[in-house]
Design a protein around this ligand. Structure first.
Ligand code: GDP
Length: 301
């Protein structure tokens, strides 16, 4: 996978070097492995968890052949990644019975939220899904304009009000439009101001309440967008947002330009929330449905 090239180089190449000329996994190899995991930004807790598992194996089998290290690491990393097991979404399909399927998108400015929404809209549209977008990030004119641009580009309607209007009323109108036009998916962009946590919480709950007037079980998905290239910052944001609202899925963007893709492992492990999408570039097709086995494979190739 081209998008994960830098993470892969950072990870696998270093790992290969660490075991050169060694037949067994000794303390030196484990130290190197620690450093590799940290520099790939899996985070300290997750790094410790992985190292402990390897140490257990070394203790149990008395020694561990370096040839086996790859396989064990692969298994351990796969075990820490949450399975993205929503069948329908494997190919940007919408779940049966949700008409419309309402996705509320959260995340701080600059992480790639608008771009991810545009790419999602395009991917759904390409599968003949009818999409409505809601520009409920009403605090930034740029956010609304950018979403409108995506709407034009992808040819999907964008529900937007003026600047500084109530985000919940935009969300309300977007879902209303989705219901009335029998759309398959409604994607709602929200403002991601983290500096006032109580405000953020209130705003997100208000949007939810309003959406639930139409569809009691909506939003079906609360998708948190994180910038993978910010490594541990993404982890901090995940912490804040999961406290403010029930995040059901993650999209991790900008993995193409970074060697810190290990953050995907750390976040998935720490928050037990499935990574549903990864962004590996600026083009529409660079938003991919995350598959943990492909991800692990790409680290070890
Ligand atoms: P927002 O403020 O969260 O809505 O962020 P934007 O959607 O405006 O994205 C910020 C910048 O990141 C834009 O220049 C996007 O093209 C870029 N971007 C978003 N996702 C990706 C990605 O997966 N890879 C790369 N390389 N750039 C991305």
């Amino acid at each position: 996978d081209k998008g994960l090239q830098k993470t892969k180089e950072n990870f696998f190449s270093k790992l290969s070097k660490a075991v050169v000329g060694k037949s067994t996994v000794d303390d030196e190899v484990l130290d190197e492995l620690e450093e590799i995991l940290i520099s790939a930004d899996v985070g300290v807790d997750t790094m410790v968890r992985i190292i402990e598992r390897i140490e257990e194996r070394v203790a149990r089998d008395k020694y561990l052949n370096t040839n086996e290290l790859n396989d064990i690491l692969r298994d351990e990393i796969a075990a820490l990644l949450q399975e993205n097991n929503t069948e329908e979404l494997q190919d940007f399909e919408t779940p049966e019975g949700h008409k419309p399927h309402v996705i509320m998108v959260v995340g701080v400015n600059g992480v790639g939220k608008t771009t991810t929404i545009g790419k999602l809209a395009a991917q759904f549209k390409a599968r003949d899904k009818k999409v409505v977008l809601g520009a409920a990030d009403t605090f930034r004119a740029a956010a609304v304009d950018q979403l409108k641009l995506w709407g034009e580009r992808v040819e999907v309607p964008v529900v937007a009000h003026g600047m500084n209007t109530d985000p919940a009323s935009v969300a309300f109108d977007a879902v209303k439009e989705g219901v009335e036009s029998q759309a398959d998916v409604v994607i709602i962009d929200t403002a991601g101001r983290l500096h006032t946590k109580v405000n953020l919480m209130n705003e997100l709950s208000k949007i939810k309440r309003v959406v639930q007037k139409f569809i009691p079980e909506a939003p079906h998905e609360v998708l948190l967008v994180l910038d993978g290239s910010t490594g541990q910052n993404a982890m901090i944001q995940a912490n804040e947002f999961t406290k403010a609202t029930d995040v059901t899925a993650l999209a991790i963007t900008k993995l193409d330009g970074t060697a810190k893709g290990g953050v995907v492992i750390g976040i998935s492990d720490q928050f037990k929330i499935p990574v549903k999408y990864i962004g590996v570039g600026e083009k529409v097709e660079d938003l991919q449905v995350f598959n943990k086995h492909d991800f692990v494979d790409s680290l070890f190739k």
